[in-house]
Design a protein around this ligand. Structure first.
Ligand code: GLA
Length: 722
């Protein structure tokens, strides 16, 4: 039993963590503890009651030593004496939530219309706690999924209107977590287009701090993930909490350090611009969040997320299958291609070991630049005279499968679809529509629009044997309004849009589970746990420069496993940075994710050709081991800018190591890289040099990284236990 209820206290346990909740005498849900496993201990005594001036007392409470303003809570209300971050705001009055009942369920109920962690495999129990605001009839069902074996919790809230009158929600966060007064540090993953997920860690200060997105997408700018850790937490040791939202739309992550230094975190749908009208009896589902805690530092926390994603979030036949090595024509040709060019690329790619050709943007009628034709998803006869079916047939002769780029959420004003249905895009009456990349966003909150888009996708997949789809999204949402919603419900449009995207993606998954879907939004602009429920890989970034890419993959690894990062080798000078790096460096970097090439392979020299062949062989042989292993970031103190990471295979018998030295240094010191995860009892052989090392040597002494001349020099090592 991973959930117990004794003496008014709920005790939730995973393999190495405990989470305790108490029902107070006043029927409030008090948060007692979340952290390393503490067994049965009653920790109520950690919260001595005290009178605090200007912290009011609930109506009917006989003393002054109890206040919602100081009580650690499971889900904060609003306007009833707790002046910290609220989790829920509705109507115009206060929200004061009291415990009513609970239920412990074996398994895990799905969340209507939203992505969430699946129950199987492995036992999962769910605690449902029901709270109610007795005045308005607003009811909150807090859901706690307890993944005992995989060591994490999920949380979400279902808001139900049990009153007689309709209510409007203004804020409905997924979870609230109150932590004790300690000098926590906040780690987030801010970024920008082509510069996604650059880790930033800073001490908390008093007041509210946080980040989020108002863009209608989780965005390049901030990722819906954050960690809280102690000042002494390193990658390998110390406490680390991680929080990831399973959602791809606008969101907020807010952390408040209050007057007594305690910390409240709330995370969920972005409240700005959000409202939701809830009729009597209706329910609103908030997105799920994944909560992880580790005493083994940030690597320990990341490994829990990696397992959660691989085992419980990614679904379908591709979740655990080795993915095909692909060649994508985007950076090789941009819009200037035809069947001949594609087939030439494919023939060359096939010789090297590549398995799939992705026809990127520009294959559909009228699309010779990024200014037109989105929405008109039929083949351009000038480029593909035999259509996609003919291309697939010719490709099959080369041994390659066909993949296709599509951007189904968008419409170009210069398109047949827009001419026929100008009202099908998100818009607000009387306001001119803001364009981004010369395109508008289809109103996918509407079923008729979704049915049309589905019919387009379905007919493409029917007419040709397409085994891979790159689902792109190249602008953010503005003037978010829907023609089918009444004025008072326009605040629902952004979330309804997201639910619409999920519904379409679910149709794709249900009807074509064998099609591998790679998510993309101008690179990694929707790299989130929500999208991973529908596509087991995401194009990590439009930036393929080896050095910058290594940093992006490093940052991405805080929450997301290697198996979900799409990583390509591209041409030099790099199209984003202009930097020239070796093919080895580009390959060594890309080999850690799902490998692809995005360049004119005809231009490779003989030596480079041999190198690409070796890269493909390495990937085919090792990707399954690499992606199922435990990933470790390996900081190199004293060597700023250098990056290293490693993987220990599930059976501990193989170790893979990556190191990148970004800039040449004259007369540079020799660095020692320790591999603290090497199995002490084993003896490992490094396969390219043949040198042998005891596990203990790798752990405590390390391996030497001798300085190499040149910028952006990478080392890729593979150790095999003897
Ligand atoms: C986005 C993607 C690129 C490419 C282009 C095509 O920017 O991230 O990989 O597909 O769109 O327009």
């Amino acid at each position: 039993m991973s959930i117990q209820f004794q003496g008014g206290v709920f005790k939730l346990e995973t393999r190495s963590t405990s989470y305790h909740i108490k029902i107070t005498d006043q029927a409030y849900l008090m948060h007692l503890y979340y952290g390393a496993k503490i067994g049965d201990a009653d920790v109520s005594c950690l919260f001595p009651r005290a009178e605090r001036s200007f912290s009011p007392n609930p109506a009917g409470y006989p003393g002054r030593d109890f206040s919602l303003d100081t009580l650690p809570q499971e889900y904060s209300g609003s306007g009833a004496g707790d002046f910290r971050l609220s989790s829920l705001a509705a109507g115009h009055g206060a929200v004061d939530l009291h415990y009513v009942r609970h239920r412990i369920v074996v398994g895990k109920p799905a969340l209507a219309g939203l992505p969430s962690c699946c129950a199987a495999p492995g036992g999962v129990e769910t605690l449902e706690l029901e709270l109610e605001d007795p005045v308005s009839g607003l009811c909150v069902r807090l859901l706690y999924g307890v993944y005992e074996a995989d060591d994490f919790f999920t949380r979400s809230a279902v808001i139900v209107n049990r009153g007689a009158a309709p209510l409007t929600l203004h804020r409905a966060m997924s979870f609230c977590l109150d932590l004790p007064a300690e000098p926590w540090q906040l780690l987030g993953l801010p970024g920008a287009w082509a510069r996604e997920r650059q880790p930033e860690r800073q001490p908390l200060r008093h007041g509210v701090q946080g980040f989020g997105s108002k863009r209608g997408a989780s965005s390049h700018q901030h990722n819906p993930f954050f960690a809280l850790c102690a000042p002494h937490t390193t990658e390998h040791s110390g406490p680390a909490y991680g929080f990831g939202l399973v959602y791809s739309g606008s969101y907020a992550c807010l952390v408040e350090q209050d007057q007594f230094d305690t910390v409240r975190c709330v995370m969920g749908i972005q409240p700005e611009g959000f409202s939701w009208s809830l009729g009597p009896g209706e329910a609103f589902y908030t997105p799920e969040a994944v909560l992880a805690f580790s005493r083994q530092g940030l690597n320990g926390m990341s490994q829990i997320f990696h397992r959660a994603v691989r085992t419980h979030l990614c679904r379908g036949p591709w979740a655990h299958r080795r993915r095909p090595i692909l060649v994508n024509n985007w950076e090789a040709t941009y819009f200037d291609f035809d069947e001949q060019k594609l087939l030439a690329l494919a023939r060359r790619a096939a010789e090297l070991g590549v398995e799939l050709l992705v026809v990127d943007d520009g294959w559909f009628v009228g699309r010779s630049s990024d200014t037109s034709s989105l929405g008109d998803w039929s083949e351009d006869p000038a480029k593909l005279p035999r259509g996609l079916a003919g291309l697939a047939e010719a490709l099959a002769e080369t041994g390659l499968a066909l993949g296709l780029w599509i951007e189904p959420e968008m419409v170009s004003p210069a398109s047949e679809l827009y001419r026929r249905h100008p009202d099908w895009c998100l818009h607000q009456p009387g306001r001119p529509a803001t364009t981004g990349r010369d395109q508008l966003v289809l109103d996918l909150s509407r079923k008729d629009v979704r049915d049309h888009v589905w019919q387009q996708i379905d007919s493409l997949l029917q007419k040709a044997p397409i085994s891979y789809l790159k689902w792109d999204m190249n602008r953010h949402l503005t003037e978010v309004g829907s023609a089918l919603l009444p004025p008072e419900r326009q605040g629902e449009a952004a979330h309804r849009y997201m639910l619409g995207v999920y519904e379409l993606m679910e149709r794709l998954f249900k009807h074509y589970p064998q099609v591998l879907v790679e998510n993309c939004s101008g690179g990694g602009g929707r790299f989130d746990l929500g999208m991973l429920h529908y596509s087991p890989q995401i194009w990590a970034s439009d930036d393929t420069d080896a050095l910058e890419r290594a940093k992006i993959q490093y940052g991405t690894s805080y929450c997301y496993p290697l198996s979900c990062m799409g990583c390509h080798v591209s041409a030099v000078p790099n199209h984003q940075t202009g930097r020239v790096t070796s093919l080895k460096a580009r390959g060594d970097t890309a080999l850690w994710g799902q490998l692809g090439y995005e360049m004119d392979l005809a231009l490779l020299t003989e030596e480079e050709t041999a190198q690409v062949r070796r890269q493909c062989e390495f990937y085919k042989r090792f990707a399954p081991v690499l992606h199922a292993g435990a990933f470790y970031r390996l900081p190199l103190p004293g060597a700023p800018g250098q990056l290293a990471w490693g993987v220990l295979s599930a059976d501990q018998r193989q170790i893979f190591v990556f190191h990148m030295a970004p800039a040449a240094q004259a007369n540079a010191p020799v660095r020692l890289l320790k591999l603290p995860f090497a199995a002490p009892g084993l003896r490992y052989r490094e396969t390219s040099s043949g040198c042998c090392f005891q596990g203990t040597t790798l752990r405590y002494a390390g391996i030497a990284l001798p300085p190499h001349p040149g910028d952006c020099v990478t080392t890729l090592l593979h150790f095999q236990a003897q």
